[in-house]
Design a protein around this ligand. Structure first.
Ligand code: PRX
Length: 635
């Protein structure tokens, strides 16, 4: 966005109707924000009191080990106690927790009672395999109910889940299994995507071959094709779930508030993915509060978070927060435009979805098919819309607001990260909106845009986005590498103790935040977070490639796409066939989401005299822009 476009956008206001304001949980953002800012601990303690605890905390926040903060110290709980156990003692026992539709059109529903029982059964299965409190379990599945059941079952017995998105390859899966040292892997035979089967079990087998630490593989039958099962190691989920051991009663493990709940791997500046660790106590308070306030969840809602449970958005807002709030969630397995571009709109109409939460890339992708597709459907059940994952461009925002939301649904543009656990900067439904801005920080969060010295930037000036105080949903560490957590997030503004988000942003005259994008070597492709280093090390692991550099280049639909520059080893010649081979190689090494759109063979890469690749120069060249200061460029 140019400076002029930015100034114009800051003046384009959209206000919610009185009805939306009056019925929201927070109808006066200013008042709640001010109260929470004055005493964040009191604010969070009050929110924690809405949940169940086996034992109340003694201290809301322990800052003595900062930045390794501890929340609700001494509290005993389990997120499954709040997401499931407490509901089955109320009328919600009969309420739908989950409505699921498969890509081929098959359907499943789970009441809170049924979900609780399935989770109990699988919890017992895991226990019977020797999984104990604190053990890690890796989950690699498509978007099916059993994925959610597996996550909750781990939580219930105190095991730590590590969900790997189904779009990752065997290599990426193996690395993550190794890092977490998981002895149990839960997977499925396959997943439906655009009418074809993604053979997850096959990929899982190759991964287990690479990381023999895995003793047991549990396989859900989804797509039904023949898959090899290794006797003694592999078990069908449905077989295990019909054994007497799979009793529908399973004792919930009493967890300390700070006991780990899950590890979720995300990309950073080096090739090694970071295992972001979240815990039971603070995370349950943070995710449920943010969802309730920002999306005004009510009992009559049908909430659809269209993300994948394999990413943080799915962890927090498909699985945990909606269940804690006793909401009804809709989950869809497949592609948005399969078999036709009206698939989503048809399902919104069929199921009476009242809130849709998705990513700008999906909105732009569906917008491309034209207005006629959504217009064939009655979308009047929608009350609120949401966006996440990357900046939403004003054009897509307006289309979403007017064509999908009929001009009546506020667009809740939530800025947050795997590390933050939940929304950090987001409108509440009662707040005035500007297309392209995530508006203001969530109550209890102190965010700012600062320069390198830590001074607040003047309105309109780009700077680094920081969070100035701790919050209950924040990451606790990087699994197995606490130093990296300090280095990565808390060293840039060490003196002030601020959290560095890794994004650049501006604030406007009204204090509204406008996220620009990553300042590190992370690329957002269709909302997925990838590190340049992961793709680069994937490329150089091919025999033909000596060196490579990868950049993100803006793309109208996908936000960014990947361009890769490769320097070949002596004896190799660049050709179209080699481009295809390298793409295939990346698909296998990292996963389909990391495949570069363009691969170019070069005779040299722009480097500084100290040998650092100047990706900025490559990017400027790729975009036909001035290359800026190249004085440090080696000839
Ligand atoms: O660059 C920001 C972008 O996504 C990054 C976090 O990625 P991940 O950990 O995968 O979590 C994505 C889902 C929460 C951020 O550093 N991002 C996320 N939401 C927004 C966004 N950029 C602009 N606007 C957003 N609403």
């Amino acid at each position: 966005m140019s400076d002029q476009e930015f100034v114009l956008s800051t003046q384009e206001w959209y206000y919610p109707s009185d009805e939306i304001v009056n019925q929201s949980h927070v109808s006066d953002y200013e008042a709640v924000y001010t109260e929470a800012a004055a005493d964040p601990q009191a604010f969070w303690a009050k929110r924690a009191e809405t949940l169940e605890w086996y034992q109340r905390w003694e201290k809301v926040l322990d800052e003595s080990g900062a930045p390794f903060y501890k929340w609700f110290v001494g509290g005993k709980t389990n997120i499954a106690l709040n997401a499931l156990d407490r509901h089955i003692k109320t009328w919600r026992k009969n309420k739908l927790a989950l409505i699921w539709e498969g890509e081929p059109g098959d359907k499943q529903t789970y009441s809170y009672w049924r979900l609780w029982q399935e989770v109990n059964k699988f919890g017992n299965v895991l226990r019977s395999m020797g999984v104990k409190k604190g053990d890690r379990v890796t989950i690699y599945m498509g978007r099916i109910p059993e994925l959610i059941i597996a996550m909750l079952a781990c939580a219930k017995i105190g095991a730590v889940h590590s969900v790997i998105y189904g779009g990752f390859s065997e290599h990426a899966l193996a690395d993550r299994i190794e890092d977490a040292q998981s002895r149990v892997l839960v997977t499925c035979d396959g997943a439906w995507l655009r009418g074809s089967i993604v053979e997850l079990k096959k990929i899982a087998d190759q991964a287990v071959h690479r990381s023999p630490i895995v003793e047991h593989v549990i396989v859900v039958k989804r797509t039904g094709q023949d898959v090899p099962m290794q006797a003694g190691r592999d078990f069908w989920y449905h077989d295990l779930m019909s054994l007497p051991i799979a009793s529908p009663n399973c004792e919930t493990e009493v967890m300390d508030a700070e006991d780990p709940l899950f590890i979720l791997y995300t990309s950073g500046t080096t090739g090694k993915p970071k295992g972001i660790l979240h815990t039971h106590g603070g995370y349950q308070v943070y995710t449920s509060t943010t969802l309730q306030y920002a999306f005004d969840i009510r009992d009559e809602d049908r909430w659809w978070c269209a993300a994948d449970p394999g990413w943080i958005t799915g962890h927090s807002y498909i699985v945990y927060a909606p269940l804690i709030l006793g909401a009804t969630s809709f989950v869809y397995e497949g592609a948005p435009n399969f078999p036709y571009p009206n698939r989503w709109w048809k399902m919104i109409e069929n199921y009476g979805i009242s809130i849709l939460y998705t990513a700008p890339t999906a909105i732009r992708g569906l917008m491309r098919f034209g207005d006629a597709w959504p217009k064939r459907h009655n979308l009047s059940s929608l009350r609120l819309l949401g966006s996440v994952g990357e900046p939403i461009n004003p054009e897509a925002w307006r289309w979403y607001h007017s064509i999908i939301g009929g001009g009546r649904c506020p667009v809740i543009d939530t800025w947050w990260q795997t590390e933050t656990g939940g929304f950090m900067i987001t409108p509440l439904p009662s707040v005035g909106l500007k297309p392209g801005s995530a508006t203001r920080p969530f109550p209890g969060v102190i965010a700012d845009v600062v320069d390198d010295d830590g001074n607040t930037c003047a309105p309109g000036v780009e700077g680094k986005l920081v969070i100035k105080n701790p919050w209950p949903g924040m990451l606790r560490t990087i699994y197995g590498d606490p130093d990296r957590m300090v280095r990565q997030y808390f060293s840039t503004y060490a003196r002030q103790g601020w959290y560095l988000a890794g994004d650049s942003a501006r604030k406007d005259e009204d204090g509204y935040f406008w996220i620009i994008g990553r300042i590190d070597d992370v690329i957002k492709v269709s909302g997925y977070r990838l590190g340049t280093a992961e793709v680069e090390s994937g490329l150089v692991s091919h025999a033909a490639v000596a060196e490579s550099a990868v950049i993100g280049v803006p793309d109208e639909v996908r936000g960014n796409v990947i361009y890769a520059y490769c320097l070949l080893r002596a004896g190799f010649q660049g050709s179209d066939a080699l481009v295809d081979e390298l793409k295939d190689h990346i698909r296998k090494e990292v996963g389909p989401i990391a495949v570069p759109t363009k691969i170019e063979f070069v005779s040299a890469l722009p480097k500084t005299r100290s040998g650092k690749i100047m990706r900025r120069v490559l990017k400027a060249r790729a975009m036909g822009l001035p290359e800026g200061d190249t004085s440090t460029l080696e000839e």
